[in-house]
Ligand binder design. Structure first.
Ligand code: NAP
Length: 257
């Protein structure tokens, strides 16, 4: 297993890509501390799914476990409290995946200041808040892997998504800066940039529109959340000790990515 005995934090894992990352990490042997903004049915269901995976993996030498936490990772104090509680519960953190993110789409000519600031605050602000919260711990222990979820839109831009694209482009700049600052302490920082990924969010997209989108993807299909999770597993694992500051597109070969 690629993540045996590792302890991972995954933000925003109550559904979608974060959920797939949490499941994949658990199957690879990691303990998983995950969050959403509230302790709801979805969070409890994810805890139960993870426990099922972990209970099948437990041995006398390894006892992975998981727990869901209700914290808003875009809030500085809340991110600090989240990491403090995880360290108290798990004793250590080896991996941080900053996955939590939102969209609030609109053309720039109609976009409000609130729409712009909120998307920047959640998508970029959460990456800053969580990185600040884990950095002292990773620094002291002298190893760690941070994987930030960007988007191909942060590389290529997109209609009606200037706020989202700006937040995802900024994540690349932030990550590459952290990669430089943290490298001497053996802390790697990388970005995965998914393209069009099928999640609950895309389930209601009409078939005709889906076909149009897919016709622009050389692989002619959307990606799956687990395909993003597989790339995160690789970057979080000891399989790539010399990879830091990378931006890995997961987009079926979409242009501009
Ligand atoms: P999603 O289904 O909407 O899930 C977002 C997750 O983030 C939920 O678990 C949500 O939980 C959590 N969350 C949102 N704001 C939060 C906050 N302030 N604090 C804590 N948790 C928060 O989104 P997704 O499609 O899986 O996307 C996940 C990531 O991949 C995002 O960063 C997104 O930008 C990126 N991405 C997605 C695609 C795609 O096609 N889906 C493509 C490229 C990149 P609660 O609602 O319970 O708080």
């Amino acid at each position: 297993m690629l993540l045996e005995n590792k302890i991972a934090i995954v933000t925003g894992a109550t559904r979608g890509i974060g959920h797939a990352i949490a499941m994949r990490f658990a199957r690879e042997g990691a303990s998983v501390a995950f969050c959403g903004r509230s302790r709801n049915e979805a969070m409890i269901a994810v805890e139960q799914e993870l426990e099922k995976i972990h209970s099948a993996l437990r041995t006398p030498h390894s006892s992975p476990k998981s727990k869901g936490y209700a914290y808003d990772v875009a809030d500085f104090a809340s991110a600090q409290a989240f990491v403090k509680e995880v360290l108290a519960d798990f004793g250590r953190v080896d991996i941080l995946v900053n996955n939590a993110g939102i969209t609030d789409d609109s053309a720039v000519k109609r976009m409000t200041e609130e729409q712009f600031r909120r998307v920047m605050d959640v998508n970029l602000g959460s990456v800053f808040c969580m990185t600040k919260a884990v950095q002292p711990h990773l620094w002291k222990q002298g190893h760690g892997a941070i994987v930030n979820i960007g988007s191909v839109v942060g590389i290529a831009g997109n209609y009606n998504q200037a706020n989202y694209a700006a937040s995802k482009a900024a994540i690349i700049g932030f990550s590459k800066s952290c990669a430089k600052e943290f490298a001497a302490r053996n802390i790697r920082v990388n970005v995965v940039a998914p393209g069009f990924i099928e999640t609950e969010m895309t389930a209601d997209v009409p078939k005709e529109l889906m076909d149009t989108w897919c016709s622009r993807i050389p692989m002619r299909r959307p990606g799956t959340a687990d395909e993003v999770a597989q790339a995160c597993t690789f970057l979080a694992s000891d399989m790539c000790p010399y990879i830091t500051s990378a931006v890995l597109p997961i987009c079926g070969g979409m242009e501009d990515a």
